[in-house]
Design a protein around this ligand. Structure first.
Ligand SMILES: [Cu+2]
Length: 191
């Protein structure tokens, strides 16, 4: 009989120790994955079953007749606190207004909804991206530091005319905007 078994033997105490440690760390990794899956499931169920924060409803059948989204109320308005609010509607197959104008260096609140089916509201080159769902008011807040001109395509398939549904957003210098806003209650850049 010779002494110790060769190093590769399964009875090598060093190899067994390494195997135990590997198994231990593998269980830690599996536990982390299980924890993340449970966390995602709980968060998903919670979000699906609880009312969303600041859920604002609107009747899509009377949008054009009364309330916040009547035609004369659409476009960009200056608020008493200096911020601006943009109100818009998405409908098959255009946005109203078709061209939105906002100032630089100003807090801009977007409030939009849909008059018919689900549409998308996205401003190219920014992280502003939301859905317009009939019956709900979608809100987003942004601040633009430089003047830009961006496209605003609908990004939710909304019917045969979807590909032609897009608007424009013009961010203009704050001083120029204030000049424009001086004698108008609602602004758009629709020619
Ligand atoms: Cu669309």
């Amino acid at each position: 009989m010779t002494g110790d078994p060769p190093p590769s033997s399964p009875h090598d105490p060093g190899a067994e120790h390494a195997l135990r440690i590997e198994r231990r760390w593998a269980s830690v990794a599996v536990l982390i994955v299980i924890f993340l899956i449970v966390m995602a499931a709980v968060a998903g169920v919670h979000q699906a079953t609880m009312p969303q924060l600041k859920l604002e409803l609107v009747d899509p059948r009377t949008l054009h007749v009364s309330g916040e989204f009547i035609e004369s109320n659409l476009g960009t308005a200056v608020e008493p606190d200096g911020s601006v609010t943009v109100r818009a509607i998405g409908q098959q197959y255009s946005f109203v207004p078709q061209c939105i104008v906002v100032p630089t260096d100003t807090v801009v609140h977007f409030r939009a909804t849909s008059g018919d089916v689900v549409h998308g509201f996205l401003i190219d080159g920014t992280n502003l991206n939301t859905m317009l769902i009939p019956g709900f008011i979608s809100t987003a807040t942004a601040r633009f530091s430089t003047p830009i001109e961006s496209h605003m395509p609908c990004h939710e398939y909304c019917g045969v005319g979807h590909e032609g549904m897009w608007g424009k957003v013009k961010v203009i210098d704050k001083a120029a905007f204030e000049k424009l806003a001086a004698d108008r209650r609602r602004l758009t850049c629709v020619d």
